[in-house]
Design a protein around this ligand. Sequence first.
Ligand SMILES: *[C@@H]1O[C@H](CO)[C@@H](O)[C@H](O)[C@H]1NC(C)=O
Length: 264
Amino acid sequence: MVKLWICLLVQLSTLDTIGGYYYELRSECIHSSRDLSDMVFLHIRIFNKIRYVWFNSTVGKFQGYTQYGIYNAESFNNDTATLETVRAVLNDICKYNVRNFYPTTDDPSVEPEVEVKSVKQSDGSHPAMLMCSAYSFFPKFIKVTWLRNGREVQGGVTSTEEMADGDWYYQVHSYLEYMPESGEEISCVVEHASFKKPMSFKWDPSPPASDKSKIAIGASGLVLGIVLSAAGFIYYKKKSSGPYWGEDLPSRSSKNVLFNHKDI
Ligand SMILES: *[C@@H]1O[C@H](CO)[C@@H](O)[C@H](O)[C@H]1NC(C)=O
């Protein structure tokens, strides 16, 4: 079977140089858990932008997407030797290589910084929205889910792709739309290679400390402003009703008109 693949590759890459056709064979071993239990092997064949057939180890056989792909999938699936070989890749190549690879490298995984915050509050008829953001993690693969009173939330969840920060780190954002109920507990659960187990981050509806300090600073500023204006006003009033101080004469008379004219 391997020979067949190489033949196809050579033959079609010749086509590629002659006619500008594009043929791609892609084999991927994908996993996010350290124990390799979620390892998936994909073998994908693409011709001119169209994925026409693939093997997915979770399905265990070839699946076709075009007429040509369906025919190919059927003939690959008919061939038990081919199926056996390709089914063995998951263990014999993917897991085998990754297992040997880990001890030879420093573990480069970097924990995400996770933040849960409110994006939109409910007005009673429209749902509220929470955002769970994971920042600066490596490697790319991550899983973000939501728990409501300990149960995984199925509906109302949308998530961005893992976005590259351009410095080997990634970020991802997951949104939960829900109708709030009193006394409920909502948390965001993040699974990543850097964590030994899934980590849960609880949604805290009270405003974050930074917001509290902003409010405190704003409030003290307001109080200080009022105190100073009041002091200024009192001083101004006292001075304007006081004795004659030379240069102040023109303003004194006008102030007297404004504020103290009953005293004259
Ligand atoms: C696959 O096997 C079935 C049953 O033996 C046969 O009818 C069919 O023609 C085969 N398909 C291909 C594409 O070889």
